[in-house]
Design a binder for this molecule. Structure first.
Ligand code: PEP
Ligand code: MN
Length: 337
């Protein structure tokens, strides 16, 4: 449930409500909005009614949250969540672009791509150092060496770094280098990993599972938030359907649905969403028009020779051209890029 405080509620009144709820064993999550404070309380609601919560000083009302996801819901937080990282605001007016290779392959590759995407106006460099591959014989990533290369590229360009963390044991290592920790589609319901990431305060980019419903995806985000990490970014990356022409079916309708259900920022990955380079541009445009807060795009200096996901990767020139085209789309829906 949520306890909505009066607009002018004093800090002592908020603290008193929190104290009483804590004594009853509730988990407390505070949301301090522009106009009022809302206390999210996770626990047995009947207990709260027994202490006359609604009659306490400063309390305006007590409202149950009807959805299975609580902290993720718009009911808990009316305003959009904006995650600020080194001047980059994710979930705000500017559409954020994360770009880079599927996998970190070499120093030269990372530096070349970092320079190119920076020049084109991207905000975040992506690149997998740990690659969860369908085949055990495929390239599995450069691991810590790859993380170091990403960190060096950040030093040189000022770009933020997003990279995938594949298991709970790796969290401290990846956290040491990355600005944003990515949970891949195959790990969306790895609840041990989500619990571990709930303990950190670094932003987590949570990709939608290959066959996950929107509710399952939001419940995965609830794992992160219930652990106290409110810095969650959702990423639609396509789902499995009967269609075989594309690698996945990019569910663009998920954007307005999630924006209505949740306050969390939503970004779209048209590279994995389609699996085809030629479809990336139109899906980026559609994603922005549908209200996405950002994009994740695979870019490689030489896609033909990429160790991973070459067919869906753009080269730097194609990426530059894409960015220039997208700016106009962003402006047309009152966003920037
Ligand atoms: C990736 O972004 O590197 C990746 C593996 O994507 P996904 O988890 O969406 O398949
Ligand atoms: Mn990839």
């Amino acid at each position: 449930m949520i306890v909505v405080m009066n607009p002018g509620a004093k800090k002592e009144q908020v603290d008193h409500v929190i104290l009483r709820l804590t004594q009853l064993g509730f988990g407390i999550h505070l949301s301090e909005g522009e106009s009022r404070t809302v206390i999210g309380a996770i626990g047995d609601r009947s207990k709260a009614l027994s202490i006359g919560l609604e009659a306490m000083e400063g309390v305006e009302k007590v409202v149950p949250i009807s959805k299975p996801f609580k902290l993720v819901s718009r009911e808990f937080r009316k305003d959009d969540t904006v995650i600020e990282l080194n001047g980059v605001r994710i979930g705000d007016e500017k559409v954020i672009v994360m770009a880079g290779p599927c996998a970190v392959e070499s120093e030269e590759q990372v530096h070349q791509i970092a320079e190119a995407i920076k020049k084109a106006g991207a905000d975040v460099l992506r690149g997998g150092a740990f690659k969860p591959r369908t085949s055990p014989y495929a390239f599995q990533g450069m691991e810590e060496e790859g993380l170091k290369l990403l960190a060096e590229a950040r030093e040189k360009t000022g770009l933020l770094i997003v990279t995938e963390v594949v298991n709970p044991q790796c969290v401290p290592l990846v956290e040491k280098y990355a600005d944003i920790l990515q949970v891949g589609a195959r790990n969306m319901q790895n609840f041990h990993l989500l619990r571990e990431l709930g303990k950190t305060r670094k932003p987590v980019l949570l990709k939608r599972g290959l066959s996950a419903t929107i509710e399952e995806w939001l419940m995965a985000a609830e794992y992160l938030m219930s652990g106290g990490n409110y810095n969650v970014i959702l990423c639609e990356r396509g789902i499995r359907t009967f269609e075989t022409y594309t690698r996945n079916t990019l569910d663009l309708s998920a954007i307005p649905i999630v924006k209505e259900l949740s306050h969390l920022p939503v970004i779209v990955d048209p590279s994995h969403g389609t699996g085809q380079r030629k479809l990336v541009s139109s899906m980026c445009k559609a994603a922005i028009a549908a209200g996405a807060d950002g994009l994740m795009i695979e870019v490689h200096p030489d896609p033909e020779r990429a160790l991973c996901d070459g067919p869906q990767s753009l080269n730097p020139a194609q990426f530059m051209e894409l960015m220039n085209g997208l700016r106009r789309v962003a402006v047309s829906v009152d966003r920037t890029l």
